[in-house]
Design a protein around this ligand. Structure first.
Ligand SMILES: [Ca+2]
Ligand SMILES: [Ca+2]
Ligand SMILES: [Ca+2]
Length: 153
């Protein structure tokens, strides 16, 4: 086995990164995201009314009505993101990470996004994730490509 032959599977990697994001939000480490933990995360992301958005997310994603989100429910949030109240939040987040405001996220902005989230992703992983999301290979992720990538999670 040569190291050079190892290619990262984009879907496996995306799931792994999602686990890292989950662990980052789950500050008490009990493997569940409470509404308080979600509110803190949304506050860090710059939401104006983080508590309200957190409540919307909970209503839609907490399918077993436990009052918090396990990993599977959290992953489902990504699939729900273009529905109902969450579409506006997605737009706000996207434009927040589009630092040069050209309407797309380039590889530099993409890298900055993970740095901002505090999630460790190395250069090779960034490249795989970026190329996977950049469906038309123009070197930029537009909002539609970003949504499609999230829905594949
Ligand atoms: Ca927790
Ligand atoms: Ca940009
Ligand atoms: Ca593109």
């Amino acid at each position: 086995m040569s190291e050079d032959d190892v290619s990262l599977d984009a879907n496996v990697l995306a799931l792994e990164v999602l686990h890292r994001i989950f662990a980052k939000i789950d500050t008490d480490g009990n493997k569940r995201i409470s509404i308080e933990e979600l509110t803190v995360a949304l506050t860090d992301l710059g939401f104006d009314s983080p508590r309200t958005v957190a409540e919307q997310v909970m209503v839609q994603a907490d399918t077993d009505l436990s009052g918090d989100l396990d990993f599977d429910e959290f992953a489902e949030v990504m699939a729900l993101i273009e529905q109902r109240g969450l579409a506006d939040s997605f737009g706000l987040l996207f434009h927040g990470f589009d630092k040069d405001a050209d309407g797309t996220i380039d590889e530099y902005e993409f890298r900055e996004m993970f740095a901002f989230l505090g999630v460790e992703v190395d250069d090779a992983e960034i490249k795989v994730l970026f190329d996977n999301a950049d469906a038309d290979n123009d070197g930029r992720i537009d909002p539609i490509e970003a949504l499609e990538a999230l829905k594949r999670l």
